[in-house]
Design a protein around this ligand. Structure first.
Ligand code: C2O
Length: 347
């Protein structure tokens, strides 16, 4: 097989952009001796599914669970892999070249962005975050809601994230983009140009372009990336925008890489990362259902065999592959059916 699999035992410092605001160390603490479990925690056939809902329609009581879970994660000791910053570092290590490929390609550093690893990596990452959070608040049915910036009511920062007393609040964000300011799904840093009343219809037409018109796996999912290949072969449509652009829109326009959300090494330090990515994960599912069923890479063995490592809620280091990520019901969750206002927004 020519599937990508990180050499977890040889994690090293990450490559940071110029004027980075953190140290280059994102490697997780490894169990010693190194003990790895293969993922087996599939949902039981009749067990209740966790339901991820649109965040602006979730009530305060439910949001309080998310707030509590994040507060607990922030309070855990640094040497606990469930610690909030440790979780953010998992994203950093897979994004900024912390892991080499296995020999003889140890000089090639892995990056899960700008390639066909983008959707499945983030699916697994959010999966473990959700399970850890649910276990810490004693609610295994807890599901991370999604920030539906592709729906008309969802096109602004969800209000709980802008409340300075909430654990969801984060300092390193663009103060000009607090609610009710409408997000620009094709944002360019420092260019808030389109007037706000045009923004909604612009966004819907943009979603149509990135989702409906992106009708091949190469265009939507990103480029093929196998063992021995250079990182970042080609970026997918939605990964480029709205994914990257919403990251940049949330972060501070006056910092060198729009920290924290605007750059990979710090993005997951901002709690809004998680509902942003549940929406990205939801859009993968929607894309595959368009036109009566679109093909992603699931007939390619190398894609299916690609591997990642995460700590689970029991503090076990678990090896997962892409094959096991394809059916979200097997992972115990679904998305609530919700409006798709851009489906017919052909420009
Ligand atoms: Cu790994 Cu939203 O980025």
């Amino acid at each position: 097989s020519r599937a990508i699999s990180p050499d977890v035992a040889n994690c090293g410092p990450v490559e940071l952009p110029p004027n980075a605001i953190t140290e280059p160390f994102c490697c997780p603490i490894l169990p010693s001796p190194l003990k790895i479990k293969d993922f087996k925690d599939f949902a039981k056939p009749n067990a209740p599914l966790r339901v991820r809902k649109p965040i602006h329609l979730v009530d305060d009581e439910y949001m309080a669970k998310l707030e509590k879970g994040i507060a607990i994660m922030k309070s855990l000791p640094k040497n606990d892999p469930r610690n909030y910053i440790e979780q953010a570092k998992v994203h950093c290590v897979y994004c900024n070249g912390g892991y080499p490929q296995k020999p003889p390609f140890q000089n090639l550093k892995i990056d899960i962005h700008r390639s066909w690893l983008f959707y499945p990596f983030h699916r697994w990452y959010i999966y473990f975050f959700e399970k850890i959070l649910g276990s810490l608040i004693g609610d295994p049915d807890f599901a991370v809601p999604f920030w539906s910036w592709d729906s008309i009511e969802g096109m602004q920062m969800p209000k709980h994230f802008a409340n300075p007393n909430s654990s969801l609040f984060h300092n390193l964000r663009d103060p000009a983009h607090l609610p009710p300011y409408i997000v620009d799904l094709n944002y360019h840093v420092g260019a808030d140009s389109t007037t706000q009343d045009q923004q909604v219809s612009y966004n819907l037409a943009f979603m149509y372009k990135q989702m409906v018109l992106a009708n091949t796996k190469e265009v939507f999912m990103g480029g093929v990336y196998r063992f021995g290949d250079q990182a970042q072969p080609a970026i997918g449509s939605v990964e480029q925008a709205p994914h990257n652009t919403v990251h940049k829109w949330v972060g501070r326009a006056d910092l060198p890489s729009q920290e924290d959300m605007g750059t990979f090494y710090t993005a997951a330090r901002d709690p809004i990362f998680y509902p942003h990515h549940t929406n990205i994960d939801r859009l993968w599912g929607i894309w595959t259902s368009l036109d009566g069923g679109r093909q992603d890479y699931r007939d390619d063995q190398d894609w299916l065999d690609s591997e990642f490592y995460f700590y689970d809620e029991n503090l076990d280091l678990v090896r997962v592959n892409i094959r096991d990520s394809l059916d979200t019901k097997k992972l115990g969750y679904v998305y609530e059916e919700f409006e798709i206002p851009w489906l017919n927004a052909s420009p």
